[in-house]
Design a protein. Structure first.
Length: 115
């Protein structure tokens, strides 16, 4: 698959700076530059996956790892009273960057339903 580099690819390669809060061989987490809550961290796989609609069976271990990392970060930054994880998919789902990413939001009461 021919992959056009996204802003997230450029953050992974350090072409664009980011406030990184976690990194391992499979993923990177950093503070969102346009936070929607007092805590707003993005967790992205280093593998260039466009969206949830594009994952395959082979991505199951990676997706599980991303969820474990989300939980680990939430504990490390003290979100014991709760948090929300969001995975937008496609234009109608609110996805703005064509690289799969989880939003970790916390440190304020979050309403339901979301916008």
């Amino acid at each position: 698959m021919n992959h056009e580099p996204t802003i997230f690819d450029k953050i992974i390669s350090r072409e664009i700076p980011a406030e990184i809060v976690y990194e391992d061989d499979l993923c990177l987490a950093f503070n969102d530059i346009n936070p929607q809550a007092p805590v707003h961290v993005l967790v992205i796989p280093k593998k260039p996956i466009v969206s949830l609609a594009e994952i395959s069976e082979q991505d199951a271990p990676l997706m599980g790892h991303l969820l474990v990392v989300l939980s680990k970060i939430a504990k490390q930054i003290g979100l014991e009273s709760g948090y929300r994880t969001v995975l937008n998919t496609g234009p109608d789902g609110g996805q703005e960057v064509n690289h799969l990413h989880f939003h970790l939001l916390g440190k304020r009461a979050l309403k339901w339903p979301p916008g």
